[in-house]
Design a protein around this ligand. Sequence first.
Ligand SMILES: Cc1cc2nc3c(=O)[nH]c(=O)nc-3n(C[C@H](O)[C@H](O)[C@H](O)COP(=O)(O)O)c2cc1C
Length: 180
Amino acid sequence: MKLPLNLVVYATPPAPVVLVSTIDEKKKKNVAPFAFFATCSHIPPMVCFGTRKETDTYKNIMKTKEFVVSIPSPDIVDKVWSCGKKVEDEFKHSGLTPIKPKKVKPYRIKECQTNLECVFRWKKKTGDHILIIGEVVEADVNKKVFSKEKWKLRTKLNPLYHVTRNHFILGRGKYTVLEV
Ligand SMILES: Cc1cc2nc3c(=O)[nH]c(=O)nc-3n(C[C@H](O)[C@H](O)[C@H](O)COP(=O)(O)O)c2cc1C
């Protein structure tokens, strides 16, 4: 069945939702959800996400060259949704708690499983979005999901996926291929 090109995104698996925290040149805090997100390098660790150029997130990153990517879990889906609204203070409006970063200036988010402090490295216009690539310079994970076997960390994360508008996919499933 032929797929109209404006539906291509919906025929691909949903990407995990992340929260991107930034500050402006007057140190005003900002946080917003983004679903065009991926990791794109092991060493150094790098991440990328797509944003429209109208967002405060984009404008702040262009000015300060820093951002924090935080990974939410299903228990805070309502907070994630509410910080996607255009309000004066998204932290206050959503009830998310900003906590002090270590190496950059934008805040980490207390309620998130992972916090990645990033330095902006590169951008590229990709159709109606701009792809932002950042290098992770400091990272923190919630003790509850930490595992000494490094890859198991990923199986313990409980991500949130965005379908469209106010629809999300929650939860996780695991499967190990036995014949390797
Ligand atoms: C779950 C979810 C995922 C979103 N994903 C994106 C995205 O990938 N790219 C984007 O430009 N906007 C995305 N948005 C919309 C932005 O979060 C929204 O425009 C927000 O107001 C931008 O905030 P800012 O102007 O404070 O940066 C998403 C919204 C939600 C609720």
